[in-house]
Design a protein around this ligand. Sequence first.
Ligand SMILES: [Mg+2]
Length: 273
Amino acid sequence: RDRVVPAYASGLDGPLTDEELAALQTRFADRGFTAVKIKGGLDVEADLRRLHLVSDVFHDRTGAAPALMLDANESWSRKEAVRHIGRLEESVDLAWVEEPVRRWDVDGLTRVSQSVRAAVATGENLTGLEQFRPLLQANAVDVVQTGSVWGISHFLRVAALALAFDLPVSPVGYNANPIAHAATVVPNHLSLEVQDLHLPFGIESDQEIEDGHLVLGDLPGLGLVVDEAAIEHMNQAADWGRHGGPHVRPERAGRRLVRKPPLHPRPQGPAPR
Ligand SMILES: [Mg+2]
C-alpha cells in the first residue's frame, strides 16, 4: 500500500578499521539515512570510540546526529551486558542494543531491558512463534526482530504477534531485502535493515534507496531478477559452507570476559552530539 519503506544503515562492520567505518558511514549518511547500527560487544572502549565516530560522521554530513544502535551478537553474560551498556550510555544515547545475551535467555533479556535505557532488540535467530511468545510475555524484548531468511510468512506472523503486545517489528536483512514489500503492509513496522548500498552480484532490481528509505519499484513479485547464468559463470565458492563460520556464533558467545572500562576514565573529549 506504500512503496516507501523506512530503513536504517548497517554494514556488518566488525572487521573494518575506523577509517573504513567512517568511509562506509559517510556513504550511508550521504544517502539520507538517519539511523545506523554497528557491531560491537567485545571491547567497550572500541565500541565507545566507534559509536562517537559514526555519530560525528553523520553530524558532519547531515547536520544531525543519527539514532544509534549496537549489535552485540550475544557477546555478553547478563551482568556484562548491563555493565557494558551502562558504560556506553554515560555518553551515547543508544536507540537499541541487539542480542545483548543469548537468544533464548528470557530472564536475562528482561533483566537487561529493565536495567538500561536502550531498548532491547532481538529475534533474528528465532524461528517460530513458540520461540517468540515467552519473550514477549515476559517483557523481555522492546523491538521484535525477524531474520529475513525465515521468509515472508514468518515475518507476517511475528509482526502480528508483536502488534498484540504493542511492540514494533524490524526485519534484519541482507541487501535486496525480500521482506521489504511485506513490511509495508504491517502497521507496526519500525525500520528495515539495509546492509549494503549495492545489490549482490547477479541480482537486479528496480528498488531504490532515497532519502534513507527503500523505495519499491514496479517489477512483479519481490522485484528481484536473478541472473543465474552470471552467478554460475562466476563459479566462485563462498565460505558459508565452511564448518564454524562465518555465519555461526562463536562457541564462547556469552561466556567470554569482555574488556572492562578503565579504572580512571580518560578526560572527556568534545561533548557528544
Ligand atoms: Mg543482529
